[in-house]
Design a protein around this ligand. Structure first.
Ligand SMILES: [Zn+2]
Length: 223
């Protein structure tokens, strides 16, 4: 029994006990620097998001809003259903070295199981309307999903008007850091107020992963 357990650990962790989080070469987040990007006529992002009943949870790491079927992102012929969004502070992915105080990760999955994360970054500025309605509803404890009666959420309001984006092959940002996740980082940030950032950070301070090496990856950039 002990031998079997050891072999399982070895098979997924490598001889030194290193995990994909340590030795992976397509990890997220990254710093998107000039000189590592390639401009291309990438297909447009067609967000078909609809209002949905709010289902949110404090998962002990962040606040997570889950979706059933009904909201999707189409890129070319590919369709990705919106599964959930959650927030990080600081923002994780950087652009030309700039660290953003917050990001939202909108996680999608295609029918074939392909994961795709859309990253929207935030700078300090005006109050964000969606965060204004969401922050007071964050559950007091990590105790599963909450569905406040009659409250809906519009994920569309987490999208900037500009649809320019970067795209790179990345990973989950928490163990097991699974690779093969498509990352789409929107170029135009949104704003949140300093008070909103402080309120979020009271509950979930520094829950972003540090930037990871590119290891030769090329970041595609839409016009
Ligand atoms: Zn995330």
């Amino acid at each position: 029994m002990r031998v079997v357990a050891w072999m399982v650990v070895w098979a997924c962790a490598g001889a030194n006990g290193a995990t994909l989080c340590d030795i992976g070469r397509r990890q997220s987040p990254i710093d998107i620097r000039p000189g590592t990007t390639a401009r291309q006529a990438l297909p447009p992002l067609n967000f078909d998001y609809h209002a949905a009943p709010l289902k949110l949870a404090d998962d002990g790491h962040t606040v997570r809003v889950r979706f059933g079927r009904g909201s999707e992102l189409r890129i070319g012929k590919e369709r990705y259903g919106l599964q959930q969004f959650h927030f990080h502070t600081p923002g994780g992915d950087r652009i030309a070295g700039e660290e953003f105080p917050m990001a939202v990760h909108l996680l999608h999955k295609s029918a074939s199981g392909q994961l795709l994360a859309v990253v929207v970054l935030f700078r300090l500025g005006k109050e964000n309307p969606l965060l204004a309605s969401l922050l007071p509803l964050i559950p007091a404890r990590a105790d599963g999903d909450h569905s406040p009666m009659g409250v809906t959420v519009e994920a569309r309001s987490l999208l900037p008007s500009g649809r320019g984006y970067f795209r790179y092959p990345g990973s989950l940002t928490a163990p097991p850091c699974t690779e093969g996740v498509e990352w789409v980082v929107l170029k135009q940030p949104l704003e949140l107020s300093p008070a909103q950032l402080a309120r979020y950070r009271q509950r979930f301070a520094d829950n972003a992963r540090a930037v990871q090496p590119l290891h030769g990856r090329v970041v595609l950039e839409s016009p």
